[in-house]
Design a protein around this ligand. Sequence first.
Ligand SMILES: N[C@@H](CCC(=O)N[C@@H](CS)C(=O)NCC(=O)O)C(=O)O
Length: 212
Amino acid sequence: MTYILYGDLGSGSAPVEMALAEIGAPVELRAVPLEGDHQLRAEYRAINPMGRLPTLVLPDGTVMTESLAILVTLADRHPGAALLPPPGDPGRATALRWMALLAGEFYPQVTRWDYPARFGYAPGQVEAARDNALAMGRDVLRIIEEHAGLDPFVLGARFSVADLYLAVLSRWMGGREWVPATLPRIQRLAEAVAARPAVAAVWSKHRMAGFS
Ligand SMILES: N[C@@H](CCC(=O)N[C@@H](CS)C(=O)NCC(=O)O)C(=O)O
């Protein structure tokens, strides 16, 4: 019943590790340091051909990449943990809506901000491209702040994997400073996530609080 999670501190493996903590499932953590680009090495790409974190290996050996798919799968495999409403429940549609927005529109801006060299910008355009990635990412968070009805969670009082995803991704690209100063609903959600008994230790291990 043991999962294997490939990840790094502060990375996209953090919400997956938090979901596993909520579930109480045993997990073997395998470090793939982004510093030094270990995620791009051939041995890791044999598991995750995109060379990205996280990768989760299910107890039956199924390899999963893509954080949104991983989080939904974990919730579905462990319904007792109540990490996502069941199919047909409108709450599930709402949670998936905001998770898909983060995965499809926010996460790619993080990649552009972190790895501008991949995108073929002329040397003089790199800073402008990073600024643009930051602005586009922050626009997504602003939309969630204003339209997701956070109270404190995406589904109101009902906690879900959408909250883990939003809380962690909101810390990136300077979010540890910018979100507390500008987006009070997302900040309140992040604090509520961090305060969950199962999550607290993982949250601080991944240095999601404070400034960096
Ligand atoms: N689509 C992937 C994106 C994952 C991703 O970009 N992860 C980052 C870490 S948070 C990464 O591995 N970056 C290293 C790289 O792009 O080389 C997902 O949703 O899981």
